[in-house]
Design a protein around this ligand. Structure first.
Ligand code: AHR
Length: 503
């Protein structure tokens, strides 16, 4: 039955695609997989102005405190988790420096060589998490730490009062054990986290993971760097039974790592390249999942995309080690593509963390003193939040192509889900900066009678929000969709992200 539906969908789609349109078939009564809310996760490394200035500031009071405006903005997009303290910094971080009254300073040698006063530590992070209504995701230090240091950090967070570390935590202001489960065992152990081979790391991982005792740590292993499939193979074979999640990292760089290009000054060639590279995420997930399936056919182990997003050259005049970049409509489109891909792979991909949250790489928020600016990417997270914990709907798409310089990519990508309360949501990305696409969607298995939506687009690919013009790129009501007899018709504007709600 399902196969017949799929075939019919493909036949219909092929004929429509031939006319330069997009055909979608959505089986709204056949959803089985939940899209984990953690796919919409974030990353707050102690890097540049992410923590200090971003989340944690002295502005206004002269005393360190959490920023209310940043917290409110992240709550609006329903931030489900925040990965901390790194990134590479995690393998430099010694958690005892960040608790209690007397905190030693350290130099953040990996990011900018600035002095870190450790005023933001474990308790401040947990307070931030609690105010965000999110789940903590802590990455422990393997590279320059020890098994004992990591195991005691876990125990400090989790142990009840009456135990030495539980009592110490209580003396530092938190009597109750913290609710923590997501635990990274090192970061990028193939690179900045210790330059290990997969076999070396698998052995090291098992030692560290074994000593996370008490409670139920959800143990996350350093995953592959992009297409390093051998890493996944070795790790699953050698340590898979002790792993709950594998943390794949893959960034989108429009040009080359040596010369990435600017966030807001680029050509259509750079746009096309970014889109093409972003779409590779689908292949990466498919191939890593296939390897994982061999060792874990029940799909117990999560594939986590713990770092993803666009990495540009730093903004001129900014400290290069701070990775501060602007964020344009191109970043928003790349975000929409990734999130559609993650949704489609929801059975294996259960968490992802865009890099990063405030003032670093593809962030949600830029700050300047007490001012705050929402990026186009944050609006995509706002539009897509409807997919969190909803049921993924099987969808067949046939789209014509966006061509550039003799190459081409699929013009429109989509994902769809059904909310527990009933509505169906469809997110669509048209990556063609020049042409709209007519989309015809056959909604099967349910009766829907109304459609509403929002669209994010702008006059230029480089459009972005600034402190002077904070609303240059933000979603507006989408009025070009019509429903009739279960058929949905709409025009998806060039270079746009659309979210639709069907009831
Ligand atoms: O996100 C910036 C850095 O990129 C992270 O610290 C590291 O894990 C990755 O290489």
């Amino acid at each position: 039955m399902r196969l017949a539906g799929a075939l019919l969908g493909l036949v219909l789609a092929a004929s429509v695609a031939a006319q330069g349109q997009v055909k979608l078939v959505i089986n709204a009564d056949l959803g089985e997989t939940t899209i984990s809310r953690h796919i919409y996760g974030h990353f707050g490394e102690d890097l540049g102005r992410n923590i200090y200035d971003g989340f944690w500031t002295k502005a206004g009071t002269g005393q360190w405190h959490l920023r209310d405006d940043v917290i409110e903005a992240l709550k609006r997009i329903q931030i489900p988790n925040l990965r901390w303290p790194g990134g590479c910094f995690a393998d430099y971080y010694h958690w005892r420096d960040g608790i209690g009254q007397q905190r030693p300073t350290m130099v953040n040698t990996i990011w900018g060589g600035v002095t870190e006063d450790n005023s933001f530590g474990t308790h401040e992070y947990m307070e931030l998490i609690q105010r965000l209504g999110a789940e903590p995701f802590i990455v422990g230090n393997v590279g320059s730490g020890s098994v004992q240091e990591m195991s005691q950090w876990w125990e400090y967070l989790r142990a009840p009062q009456g135990s030495p570390l539980g009592d110490e935590r209580a003396r530092n202001g938190h009597a109750e054990p913290y609710n923590v489960r997501f635990w990274g065992v090192g970061n990028e152990s193939w690179g900045c986290g210790g330059a290990m081979t997969a076999a070396e790391y698998a052995n090291v991982y098992k030692r560290y993971a074994e000593f996370l005792r008490g409670g139920k740590p959800f143990r996350i292993a350093t995953g592959p760097n992009g297409d390093d499939y051998a890493w996944t193979e070795t790790l699953m074979r050698e340590a898979g039974r002790m792993i709950d999640g594998i943390d794949l990292h893959n960034y989108t760089v429009a040009r080359t790592w040596a010369s990435k290009g600017r966030a807001t000054e680029f050509t259509e060639e750079d746009w096309f390249s970014a889109v093409q590279k972003a779409l590779r995420m689908d292949t990466l997930i498919t191939r890593h999942s296939t390897i994982m399936d061999r060792y874990d056919p029940a799909r117990r182990v999560w594939l986590i995309v713990g770092e993803w997003g666009m990495w540009h050259d730093p903004e001129p005049g900014s400290q290069p080690g701070f990775l501060y970049q602007q964020n344009a409509l191109r970043d928003a489109v790349v975000a929409g593509l990734h999130l559609n891909i993650f949704n489609q792979h929801a059975e294996r991909v259960r968490m992802a963390n865009i890099a990063q949250t405030v003032n670093v790489l593809q962030s949600m928020i830029l700050t300047q003193g007490e001012q705050m600016n929402l990026t186009p990417t944050s609006w995509v997270f706002d539009m897509y939040k409807v997919h969190q914990d909803a049921t993924l709907l099987p969808l067949y798409i046939r789209s014509d192509r966006y061509s550039f310089g003799g190459d081409s990519v699929q013009a429109v990508s989509a994902s769809a889900s059904k909310d527990k309360a009933g509505p169906i949501h469809i997110t669509l990305v048209n990556v063609d900066p020049n042409k709209p696409r007519t989309v015809e969607a056959d909604i099967r298995g349910v009766k829907v009678s109304t459609v509403s939506g929002r669209v994010l687009t702008a006059a230029t690919m480089q459009a972005h929000n600034t402190f002077e013009q904070p609303a240059a790129v933000q979603p507006v009501a989408f009025t070009r969709a019509r429903l009739s007899g279960g058929m949905l018709r709409l025009e998806s504007p060039p270079k746009s992200v659309v979210v639709l709600e069907l009831r």
